[in-house]
Each structure stands twice: as C-alpha cells, then as structure tokens.
Write a protein that binds this ligand. Structure first.
Ligand code: NAD
Length: 306
C-alpha cells in the first residue's frame, strides 16, 4: 500500500489489541467490562451497527447486551430503560443507537445517561469536560482520529488544522481535541464563505460535512494531511466512474454488491496533493468502534476503582 495512505484498519487492530489486554487484566480482578446498547425501532443500518458492536465486545472478552424497543416506544419507556441501566452495577457503558425515531426527544434521552457510563461522550457533562481540556469520555470518531494522528507520528502542535463540519458528534469535539493538542484550529460549516480559501490553509484537514466528495484538489494545500470522516454509499454507476475513473477493483465491487463506499474527499484527485490521507472505506470508520471499546474499558476501570 502507498505509504501515504493512513491505514485505519491497522490502527484499529492495534487499539483493539490493547483493549483486549486491559480486559484480561481487569478479568483477573473479577471485572468484566460490559457495554449495553439501546436500539429503538428497526432501522436496518442501526441494527447492523449494534450487531457489529456486540460482536466486537465478544471478540475482546467483554460482555454486552442489546435492549431492543419497538419503534413506537414512548419517551418514558426509553428513559425508564436508561434509568435501569444507570442503576445496574454490572453495566459499564450505555450506548443509545442514533438516530432515534422522530417522536423521541434525543437530547432528553442522552442527558439521562449517567455521565460515568456515557461511552459515546455525548452527555453535556462530558462535553463540558472536553471543552475544559480535562476529558473523561470523548466521542469515539474524533478520539479515534487523534489516536491515528498520534500513532502515525503526525505533528499537531503549532500547525493549522481546519475541520469542515460542526456537528456535536464529530466536528465540534474534533476541533476541541486538536485545539488541546495545540493546533491553531478553524471550524467550517455550511455557511462558511470561500470554503476552499479556508481549507487551503490547513496542514491538517478533517472533512466531516456529510457531503459526497465535497473536498476537491482546490481545497487542499500541497503536503496537507487529509482525514476523511464522511461515509456515503454510492449506488449510481456513473458516479462511481466519475469519482474513481479506471479503478477496476472498485468497479468490480460495485458490480458484485450494487454499491461502493466513498467519503467527503474526492480521493482520486486529492491524494496526489496530500502527504497523508485516509481512504474510505478503511480509514476513519474502523477507528470508531475500536474507541468505543476503549471508552467502555476506561469507564469500567474508573467506575469500579481499578
Ligand atoms: P451532520 O450532518 O450532523 O453534520 C454535518 C456538518 O457539516 C454540519 O455542521 C454542516 O454545517 C456541515 N456542512 C454541511 N454541508 C456543508 C458544506 N457544503 N460546506 C461546509 N460544511 C458543510 O453530520 P455528522 O454526524 O457530523 O457526520 C458527518 C459525516 O461523517 C457523515 O457522512 C457521516 O456518515 C460520517 N460519520 C462517520 C463516522 C465514522 O465512524 N467514520 C462517524 C460519524 C459520522
């Protein structure tokens, strides 16, 4: 593989290996870290995500349970379940799979989670701690990106970092983590004027806008490190041909599966400019679940005094 490509699978495997070691250590003291997932409704993508989180727990020697409520479950029922998991001493991490059905108040559900068990790092207490630079449980995707930058020896201090996207899940915590690592950070969003002018300043560019191939070569300074958070499923052949011209392997995957994944970065046209770049798939994606496991073990150790 081109050594400019940042291999998220490799970094995720290293993180999972360390988590498994920590799980074994805790096991000797009678602690089995446990992650419980709350799944409301039958969204197929959510089912897949929850299933793969449970499988990863099992592989690492951790316990997990999925609590499946019907798609029309009232707010009180979801909150009562969260209360029960908060009170259960065996449960170390609580994950509410998003998005919740429209009739539910997502903030109210997430605010109900005990911050010590908030392994997604979405509770306002954890968000506040992160802002103050004393993070407890940090949102998994940006935490995973920081791990990758650190493990790949990419310097951050004093560099210009630009984050595109200001969601509570990715953009904002990403900007905070980069800031605490002493980057000079700019946060862009849908109302940013002259996006390319801003992103071209970046030594480290994180694309998390949720817009297919929005970052092209005109957005990237030569030598920049480019991190692509976006995940898009392309089902249109002409779009695959446009974004990945001459990529026989990707076209073959498209033929066999009917779709391929791509990111917020126009990879083919941006990669020649970048000093390091994450692919989609195989870049940021694998880091998220690995960090969820790391957060659960961290929560277990902290709450149980180990
Ligand atoms: P979101 O929709 O909540 O937020 C998108 C942000 O991008 C918003 O702040 C918006 O202002 C900004 N934005 C939208 N259009 C823009 C434009 N044209 N120019 C500049 N900024 C623009 O999305 P999210 O939850 O933060 O997710 C972003 C992407 O990352 C999605 O593709 C999502 O699927 C992916 N994602 C991946 C992982 C992973 O594990 N790799 C995890 C979470 C999200």
């Amino acid at each position: 593989m081109d050594d400019r490509i940042l291999d998220g699978k490799k970094v995720a495997a290293a993180i999972r290996g360390e988590v498994a070691g920590r799980v074994a250590e805790l096991g000797k003291r009678g602690v089995v870290p446990r992650l419980d997932a709350v799944l409301v409704g039958d969204d197929p993508a959510s089912r897949v995500y929850v299933g793969s989180k449970a499988r990863t727990c099992a592989k690492l020697g951790m316990a997990s349970e999925t609590h499946h409520l019907s798609g029309d479950a009232p707010q009180e029922e979801v909150e009562a379940l969260v209360d029960r998991l908060n009170a259960d001493p065996e449960v170390d991490g609580i994950l509410v799979q998003l998005p919740l059905p429209d009739h539910l108040d997502t903030h109210a559900v997430l605010d109900r989670i005990d911050p010590a068990k908030d392994v997604d790092g979405f509770h306002p207490v954890n968000t506040g701690l992160l802002q103050q630079g004393r993070p407890a449980l940090v949102p998994c995707t940006p935490a995973g990106i920081m791990e990758m930058l650190r493990r790949e020896g990419i310097p951050i201090e004093g560099r210009r970092a630009v984050v595109v996207g200001r969601s509570d899940i990715v953009g904002k915590p990403m900007a905070m983590l980069l800031l605490h690592a002493h980057a000079t950070v700019t946060l862009c969003h849908s109302r940013t004027r002259d996006l390319a002018g801003v992103t071209r300043e970046a030594d480290i560019l994180v694309a998390a806008a949720g817009r297919l191939a929005i970052i092209g070569p005109e957005h990237v300074k030569e030598g920049a490190v480019v991190i692509d958070v976006g995940i898009h499923r392309i089902t249109d052949r002409s779009e695959v041909e446009r974004l990945f011209p001459g990529d026989a392997a990707r076209m073959e995957r498209f033929e066999s599966k009917g779709s391929v994944l791509a990111g917020d970065v126009d990879f083919v046209r941006v990669a020649p400019l970048a000093s390091r770049i994450t692919p989609v798939p195989g870049g940021v994606g694998p880091l998220t679940i690995a960090m969820l496991m790391a957060n659960t073990v961290r929560a277990a150790a902290a709450r149980r005094g180990h």
